[in-house]
Design a protein around this ligand. Structure first.
Ligand code: SF4
Length: 481
């Protein structure tokens, strides 16, 4: 076990482990921001940390195990100075059963609870020089500055039988539109070029507030996704919607995509296509999924659709599964994720009979992927020869090599665009752009030349000017000693 490092004159270092989905990431960013603003440093390794915060995920059994393992490692490294937060923190008995000696357990979104526990272990530094940082420096982000997740609601009002999120996180609580828009403006003002809008069910945003108005920059804005999305689009940033359920008002969002306010990208978790399975899953939204997809494509032909599905749900017959394959063929979705059903402790479906044997689940997963792979590959192939707008996320191995994403690709879950410029390129336009002159966060136009199963390859032919409609605040550089 490591010796603890605690010294009142040293800056206190807090280790941070963030597990789980983008929604958990947003909570992690809020905690990190508070830590930095109070003068704590973020330790890069456990060995370097005076205490460790573990932001856990409790969604499915493997995620619970991963979280419990991470807590164990942090306990070994710090001798018990561990604070557990996040989804699994909502079930303290599960954490305590395995790890009785964690210092504190708080639920998700409980930034104050985490900070109180940190203050108990490491009293805050009162030195005003370390706590009074300019706003742009205080903002600690786990995602690169050029894209940001924007959480618009927490919790969920549905009761999907395979999911325990409503039990963990409670009923939906939406933020007022003015609050979200202030955060979005601040993000775009300080360098964010892409906003990723998330909630458990983004389409249900504002239902709990009865879509009440709030005032942003002198204008009354209802807490409704269509109104919010238009205002977010007016910032000039790329706006990408995740976890949108196919309610009727989604047609209005697709109209905003056609008008250029939102990226023509919709992440719609459909989970299945057989009405019988969807009923047992207790999924929200109407069952006319195919009709909705056809309508969206008619409104915005360039729309890119992503979805996720579960195969092997209890009671799924071969006929149900074949209905799903037929749906995939008809829907021609661009991007699809697939999971074999796995039990979640405390979820209602855990008590369902008619379990599908593991071998059958696996076989269905492979058949599903084979059908979808052919569709996704053909969709990507159709991009060869096109010129796409691409946001640059990273440098690749050599100067002039870059990794980015088109409007069709969300970070972390979709494909990437590998592109070159300068001497590595072949086209005159791409050679004219000096290697190294394109930076992370730039938006460029890329001539697509090739594809493999997931990614695209091409040459940068133009660097696009960034013209947000929000006044920019640049972080100050060159601090005095
Ligand atoms: S919509 Fe269903 S799957 Fe999504 S968080 Fe709510 S209950 Fe869970």
């Amino acid at each position: 076990m490591n010796q603890l490092k605690s010294s009142s004159q040293d800056i206190k270092k807090v280790g941070f482990v963030s597990l789980g989905c983008p929604k958990a990431l947003v909570d992690s960013e809020r905690i990190l921001t508070r830590l930095r603003s109070e003068g704590y440093q973020i330790a890069q390794t456990y060995d370097d940390a005076d205490t460790v915060v573990v932001n856990t995920c409790g969604f499915i059994s493997p995620a619970v195990e991963e979280s419990l393992d991470a807590i164990g490692e942090a306990l070994d490294a710090t001798g018990g100075r561990v604070i557990v937060t996040g989804c699994l923190g909502e079930r303290p008995e599960t954490v305590k059963e395995r790890h009785p000696h964690v210092h504190a357990i708080t639920g998700s979104e409980d930034v104050d609870g985490v900070m109180n526990a940190i203050h108990e272990l490491l009293p805050p530094d009162k030195n005003p020089f370390t706590s009074l940082m300019p706003e742009a420096e205080v903002d600690v982000k786990l995602t690169p500055r050029h894209y940001s997740y924007l959480k618009i609601a927490e919790g969920c009002n549905h009761t999907c039988s395979f999911c325990i999120i409503p039990k963990l996180r409670g009923k939906q609580v939406s933020r007022d539109s003015a609050d979200i828009l202030s955060e979005a403006w601040r993000l775009v003002a300080t360098g964010t070029k892409e906003l990723l809008v998330i909630a458990q069910d983004t389409s249900a945003y504002g239902v709990d507030l009865r879509h009440r108005n709030s005032t942003f920059r002198g204008e009354e804005i209802p807490a409704h996704l269509v109104d919010l999305a238009r205002k977010l689009g007016e910032t000039g940033a790329w706006v990408r919607l995740h976890y949108v359920y196919p309610y009727p008002h989604v047609d209005k969002l697709v109209e905003l995509m056609a008008e250029g306010f939102l990226l023509p990208y919709l992440d719609v978790p459909l989970q299945h296509a057989s009405p019988a399975v969807l009923r047992r899953m207790r999924r929200p939204g109407p069952s006319q999924q195919l009709e909705a997809i056809q309508r969206w494509r008619a409104i915005c032909p360039e729309i890119v659709l992503r979805s996720t599905f579960i195969v092997g749900f209890p009671g799924e017959t071969e006929a149900d599964f074949e209905a799903l394959l037929t749906f995939l063929e008809q829907a021609q979705l661009d991007r699809v994720g697939c999971f074999t059903y796995s039990e979640v402790e405390e979820a209602d479906a855990t008590h369902f009979g008619d379990l599908v044997p593991e071998a059958v689940k696996q076989e269905r997963y492979e058949r599903f992927m084979a059908v979808q792979q052919a569709i996704s590959t053909a969709k990507l192939q159709a991009r060869v020869g096109q010129v796409l707008d691409v946001i640059i996320d990273d440098y690749n191995d050599e100067p002039g090599q870059l990794i980015g994403r088109s409007k069709a690709d969300a970070p972390g879950i979709d494909g990437q665009v590998f592109c070159v410029h300068g001497e590595l390129a072949e086209s005159k336009a791409a050679r004219a752009i000096a290697a190294g002159s394109v930076k992370i966060g730039d938006i460029v136009r890329v001539q697509i030349e090739a594809t493999d199963e997931y990614d695209l390859f091409g040459e940068v032919i133009e660097v696009l000017p960034w013209q947000p409609k929000v006044p920019q605040i640049r972080p100050r550089h060159g601090h005095a000693h």
